[in-house]
Design a protein around this ligand. Structure first.
Ligand SMILES: NC(=O)c1ccc[n+]([C@@H]2O[C@H](COP(=O)([O-])OP(=O)(O)OC[C@H]3O[C@@H](n4cnc5c(N)ncnc54)[C@H](O)[C@@H]3O)[C@@H](O)[C@H]2O)c1
Length: 323
């Protein structure tokens, strides 16, 4: 890991599990972090959690400097207005309650610098609803920056604009998140559940149906995901998986498997076949990422990555043995 860059300030509002985790992400990358939480015992709890999580990262060699040096860049702030003063980005991490978050954003907008990015960690509240009470210039800077949990170990954030968000704020949010070491996926528009939870939801809906129908039990579903789909997905996503599973790439995969997947969807009342136009669009995007001439080379790369994972998970006992 590279050494931390010059300090820039961010504010994290709410120091529960996501707030502390974001404080780690930003402080680890060299940002100065002001952490605010109005609940009386929150400060002591957050400090203890911060120290514990930083120690774990240091033990694994994932910190560029001693834990105390990272923790020293995080200060607790008892007033929200004090926390957000002078910051480049506010990451709101309060409880998932629409009205509460709206009220908090009203206070943030009044106290933060006029060019600060106003970001919410919300899992499911669309940014247009969070910005509903804000004046245009503040609404133009509000985005959802939805992390995986915990973001210091899952380095992706989906960046969701509302129809009122300006392109400049999206670009600035992207730059700050990237500087903090996160990989940014920009959504073109807000949609319920964003992308992370829609994908998770699709799998979970089918898992529930399979258990309900007596096809498999709960442990069986989890085993298929953790030892099969999930392990592969930690190397490549579902589109690349399909692309690399069939010689000829994803167009050949769709030709071979499209009807079967359409029947499975129809069985669940879903009528979203992969039309020729849609397959052509997906295939064109994949070919732009990976020309077919490099397909064999990429399959070997995938297998090397899976081999490295297998060496960690199936090789020497990890964390006291197999879970
Ligand atoms: N936990 C997850 O897996 C996860 C993943 C992604 C996003 N999120 C989102 O992150 C946000 C925070 O989730 P969490 O899991 O950290 O919740 P949490 O309950 O662990 O933490 C919420 C914190 O907010 C504090 N708080 C209460 N009132 C407040 C106020 N008025 N102003 C500021 N802070 C206040 C609480 O004291 C608490 O420390 C939610 O919007 C959630 O949907 C959670």
């Amino acid at each position: 890991m590279s050494a931390p860059r010059d300090a820039e300030r961010v504010a994290v509002i709410g120091s529960g599990s996501i707030g502390v985790a974001f404080a780690i992400v930003f402080a680890r990358a060299g940002f100065r972090v002001a952490l605010h939480d109005p609940v009386p015992d929150a400060r002591a709890r957050a400090e203890a959690e911060l120290a514990e999580r930083l120690a774990l990262l240091a033990e694994a060699g994932l910190l560029p400097e001693p834990p105390a040096a990272v923790a020293a860049r995080v200060r607790s702030s008892s007033a929200l207005e004090d926390a957000v003063a002078g910051c480049a980005l506010v990451q709101e991490c309060a409880p998932e309650q629409r009205e509460l978050k709206r009220e908090i954003f009203g206070r943030i907008a009044a106290a933060a610098p006029p060019d600060a990015v106003l970001a919410s960690s919300s899992s499911a509240i669309p940014p247009s609803e969070l910005a509903a009470d804000l004046a245009e210039e503040a609404a133009a800077r509000l985005v959802v920056g939805h992390p995986g949990n915990p973001p210091y170990l899952l380095p992706v954030v989906e960046l969701v604009p509302s129809p009122r968000t300006g392109a400049a704020a999206v670009a600035r949010a992207r730059a700050l998140y990237e500087r903090a070491g996160l990989r940014v996926v920009e959504l073109r528009r807000e949609v319920e559940g964003f992308v992370f939870n829609r994908l998770q939801g699709a799998l979970l809906r089918e898992a529930y149906c399979l258990v309900r129908d007596g096809v498999v039990d709960v442990a069986g579903v989890d085993e298929i995901v953790r030892s099969g789909l999930g392990r592969r997905w930690s190397v490549i996503g579902p589109f690349e998986t399909s692309d690399l599973n069939v010689r000829g790439g994803i167009a050949a995969h769709a030709e071979r498997m499209g009807d079967a997947y359409a029947r499975m969807g129809a069985e669940r009342g879903q009528q979203d076949p992969w039309t020729p136009d849609l397959v052509a669009e997906v295939a064109a995007q994949r070919r732009a990422i990976l020309p077919l001439e490099r397909w064999d080379e990429r399959v070997r790369w995938r297998d090397r990555r899976l081999t490295a994972l297998a060496a960690v998970w199936d090789g020497a006992a990890v964390d006291g043995g197999a879970a």
